[in-house]
Write a protein that binds this ligand. Structure first.
Ligand SMILES: Cc1cc2nc3c(=O)[nH]c(=O)nc-3n(C[C@H](O)[C@H](O)[C@H](O)COP(=O)(O)OP(=O)(O)OC[C@H]3O[C@@H](n4cnc5c(N)ncnc54)[C@H](O)[C@@H]3O)c2cc1C
Length: 320
């Protein structure tokens, strides 16, 4: 184990850079707000797009050896990153090596970095039905696996045959979907492991029929969701009432803190209107949770993943 003091941190990162291929993207102090759909949050201390599984394994082994935290970023559509950003390494599997989509019979083999939209469109082109619900979810395959994302009555793991993933030691596993501890909007096996790819299974169906379903889903979605920047649904639905309906019944639609507003279109969306900070969004979340508890005795749990460091009090004072 190597101790990393703040003064040696830059040298340690330079050493990591020197062990990675030239095709791997490596940046320090990289803005993450622009990499999330909510458009808030501070920078990543180090941001890496590995070009290969070999580089990804090197990053994981190195981070472990030097006790540097890592996290995976998909397309940032279910993330609320705090304002002081992320200390450590943010890994994004957006390079072509991780974004391939191929087909065998009724199976779709897709890299974790592939966009869900592309998966559903390519499946349609290849006459494979069953993946239409992924069409309007603005995430990656990796994010959808981690979150067991779902829409229009379908969930990711309904169509997953198997997942290939990497653990923190850099060891690769391939497991059946049923072995991965899946529940509503969560796959616990991927909390500390990185999904590399998945095999999805659909049904051979004429492309025109698939197109019809996708169009219906798309129209339904755009009538019921705000177009402004958001992270999708902020809260998980409760067993007794959908979170959006609850927020609406509590009269909280339109409530604003700074640039963060509860959407008028859908009560479970907080939109970024006029330069919200992560703190604005977090404060609004706290108000909604408190009201739900006080008025209905309901504990709301966030679906959005909240990560990163808070701006320290000292820092806030120094700026004011
Ligand atoms: C307008 C809008 C509409 C949405 N509609 C829906 C919807 O209908 N249904 C729904 O379920 N969600 C919806 N979402 C939320 C979001 O799109 C999904 O949760 C999506 O699956 C997140 O994917 P991502 O790639 O953006 O993940 P990110 O937001 O980048 O990450 C989410 C989590 O997944 C982890 N992760 C990412 N990649 C990997 C990987 N390769 N291995 C392991 N962990 C990984 C991250 O570390 C993080 O914990 C919506 C969001 C928006 C903005």
């Amino acid at each position: 184990m190597v101790e990393v003091t703040p003064s040696s941190r830059e040298q340690v990162f330079a050493k990591l850079r020197s062990r990675l291929s030239a095709q791997t993207v490596f940046r320090t102090n990289e803005s993450l707000a622009k990499r999330t759909t909510l458009r808030v949050g501070g920078p990543a201390e180090v941001y890496i797009e590995p070009a290969s599984e070999t580089d990804l394994s090197t990053i994981l082994r190195f981070s472990r050896e030097h006790e540097i935290a890592t996290m995976v970023l998909g397309r940032g559509s279910n993330l609320l990153i705090r304002d002081a950003g992320i200390r450590g390494i943010v890994i994004c599997l957006s390079q072509p090596e991780f974004s391939k989509i191929t087909f065998t019979g009724d199976q779709v083999i897709c890299g974790a970095g592939a966009k869900l939209k592309n998966v559903s469109v390519e499946a349609r082109r290849n006459n494979i039905a069953g993946l239409e619900f992924l069409e309007g979810i603005p995430g990656s395959v990796g994010g959808a696996l981690r979150m067991n994302a779902g829409a229009m009555g379908g969930s990711t793991f309904d169509v997953v045959e198997s997942v290939r993933y990497l653990d923190a030691e850099g060891v690769i596993y391939e497991k059946k979907g049923a072995e991965l501890g899946v529940e509503y909007r969560c796959c616990s096996a991927l909390k500390n492991n990185i999904a590399l790819s998945a095999v999805l299974r659909g049904r051979i169906t004429p492309a025109e029929m698939i197109a019809q379903t996708m169009n219906q889903y798309s129209q339904k979605r755009w009538k019921s969701q705000p177009a402004a920047p958001s992270a999708g649904c902020i809260f998980k639905n409760t067993p007794t009432i959908p979170a959006g309906k609850l927020v609406e019944e509590l009269g909280l639609k339109g409530t604003r803190i700074g640039g963060a507003v509860v959407s008028d279109v859908h009560g479970n969306f907080i939109v970024n209107d006029r330069n919200a900070t992560a703190k604005d969004v977090l404060d609004l979340i706290a108000i909604i949770k408190q009201r739900a508890k006080d008025a209905r005795g309901i504990d709301l749990h966030t679906e959005v993943q909240i990560v990163g460091e808070e701006v320290s009090h000292e820092h806030t004072q120094a700026r004011s």
